[in-house]
Structure formats: C-alpha cells, structure tokens
Design a protein around this ligand. Structure first.
Ligand code: B12
Length: 208
C-alpha cells in the first residue's frame, strides 16, 4: 500500500532518500499523480510554510525539505504531465540584473513549485530584456524578481518600467533581504513577500 502519510513526513523531515523511494512506490502502485502531489508533497510543504511563519522552522530545515520535495517532483513531473494536471499558474523568476545571489530565489521557486505553480527559473543576473523575452514566450501570469543588494534593487525598478513599456501585463512580485513593501509600492510591483512561505500566499492571491 502506498503510504502518502509517510511521504508527507519524509518531505517534512527533509528525508530525500525516503521521499524518492516512497514517491516511486506510489507511482508504481498506480496512485494518481495529483493525489501523491497534494497529499504527499504539497501539504507537507504547507506545514513547512506554516512552521516557518511561526518561527518554529528555520531556513536550513526549509531548504532541506524543499530539496527533498524537489527530488520527489522529478519523479512525479512526467506523471503529472501524462495525467494533464493543470498548474495553478505560470511564473518566471530570476535574480535582478547585476545580482548573483540565488539561495533565497531558489527557495521561493521551490516553494512555489511545491504549491502547484509551473515555475520557470531564469537564474541569476537576469536583464530586463530577458524578463521581457521570457514573459512573452512563456505567457507567464507572474514574474518574480529577487534582489539582495541595494544597488540591484534599482535594476528591479528599471525592469518593471521596461516590462510596462513592452506592454507585458504579467503581475510582478518582488523580494529579497533589502526589499520592503514600501519599495514594492514605490516601483509599481504588484506583490511583495518577506519570505518563501509568504511568497506562496501572495502569488496565489495574484492569480486568484
Ligand atoms: C550568501 C551571500 C553571498 C553569496 C551568494 C551565494 C548564492 N549562491 O546566493 C556570495 C558569496 C556569492 C555573495 C556575494 C556578494 N555579496 Co552577499 N551575501 C550573502 C549573505 C551572507 C546571505 C544571503 C542569503 O542567501 N540569505 C538566505 C536567503 C534564504 O535569504 P534571502 O535571500 O533574503 O531570501 C529570502 C527572502 O528575502 C525572500 N525572497 C528572496 N528572493 C525573493 C524573490 C521573491 C519574488 C519573493 C517574493 C521573495 C524573495 O524569500 C527568501 C526565503 O525566505 C548576505 C547576508 C544576509 N544576511 O542577507 C550577504 C549580502 C547580501 N551580500 C552582500 C554583498 C555586499 C555582496 C558582494 C557585493 C560582496 C563583494 N564585495 O563581492 C557580492 C555581490 C555579488 C553580486 N553581484 O551579487 C551584502 C549586501 C549589502 C547591500 N546593502 O547591498 C550582504 C547583505 C552582506 C552584508 N551584510 O554586507 N554573497
């Protein structure tokens, strides 16, 4: 019998090996991919997100859980594609031009993936031109931008301006240690989140 509760616990604890084994077992037993995703993986990441918001769980545990989830997702993704499970939204995400920090951005990308978004990660030092080109070619509804430097916060403002000038209607969500809600409002971003758990709530709100 596929044990989705054990899979849920394995994600929560960040036990990557068990995650892979239990996901493989569930797929082989013919458990529906969306059931494995929702009951085994996403609800565990929801628990992680809640714990993080309450300061009961910290970044290292969140990263380890996200990594475990990612390895389970690699097994599950082809099954989800076959089953035609619709993602709840498409998002492109990248670190602002000039910025090479990606730990926080990766965490946000993983959490959004875990929440059911189709996430296209553009990597680090992403120019406005690249955001525009990718927004057009993917038709993403959301664009995520991360900045860890006070200097590259300015690139976010320039990118938002360029996106508007290019007629891109995707909603923009920003974050990173020096970024604040006030800054997001100032540069015309549609959303801001202080951490990866909050990013999920904000992103869900923007596509609702
Ligand atoms: C690790 C690190 C590095 C690593 C990066 C490795 C990597 N692969 O990312 C390395 C060593 C490469 C590095 C380089 C530099 N760094 Co550095 N770095 C850090 C450090 C210590 C930790 C950053 C981090 O990963 N935090 C952990 C993650 C999980 O947190 P986070 O990024 O804030 O992300 C969370 C939220 O912000 C939010 N979030 C993040 N992105 C997004 C995006 C969206 C859409 C949303 C909604 C939310 C969101 O959710 C995340 C998860 O909860 C910080 C210090 C600090 N305390 O922040 C300095 C720091 C950011 N670095 C700094 C500096 C100065 C530099 C360098 C210029 C140093 C140098 N002289 O070369 C270079 C810059 C290179 C460049 N062009 O980018 C300064 C920035 C100062 C400033 N005011 O601008 C800091 C603050 C250190 C300091 N106190 O001086 N750095």
């Amino acid at each position: 019998m596929a044990d989705l509760q054990a899979l849920n616990e394995a994600v929560f604890k960040g036990d990557q090996q068990s995650c892979v084994e239990l996901t493989k077992a569930a797929v082989e037993e013919g458990v529906a991919a969306d059931k494995i995703l929702n009951e085994g993986l996403i609800s565990a990441m929801d628990r992680i997100g809640e714990g993080f918001s309450k300061n009961e769980i910290y970044i290292p545990e969140m990263l380890i859980a996200a990594r475990a989830m990612k390895s389970a997702m690699e097994i599950l993704e082809p099954e989800l594609v076959k089953a035609g499970v619709e993602p709840i939204g498409k998002l492109i995400i990248g670190t602002a031009a000039g910025d090479l920090h990606d730990i926080g951005k990766n965490l946000v990308a993983m959490m959004l993936k875990g929440a059911g978004f189709d996430v296209i990660d553009l990597g680090i030092d992403v120019s406005a031109e690249k955001f525009i080109e990718q927004a057009k070619s993917t038709g993403a509804q959301l664009i995520g931008m991360s900045s860890l430097l006070t200097t590259t916060m300015l690139s976010m403002e320039e990118t938002i301006k360029a996106l508007k000038e290019a007629g891109i209607h995707a909603k923009v969500i920003i974050g990173g240690a020096p970024v604040t809600q006030a800054y997001a409002d100032k540069i015309g971003a549609d959303g801001y989140a202080a951490d990866a758990a909050e990013a999920v709530t904000v992103a869900k709100g923007l596509v609702a």
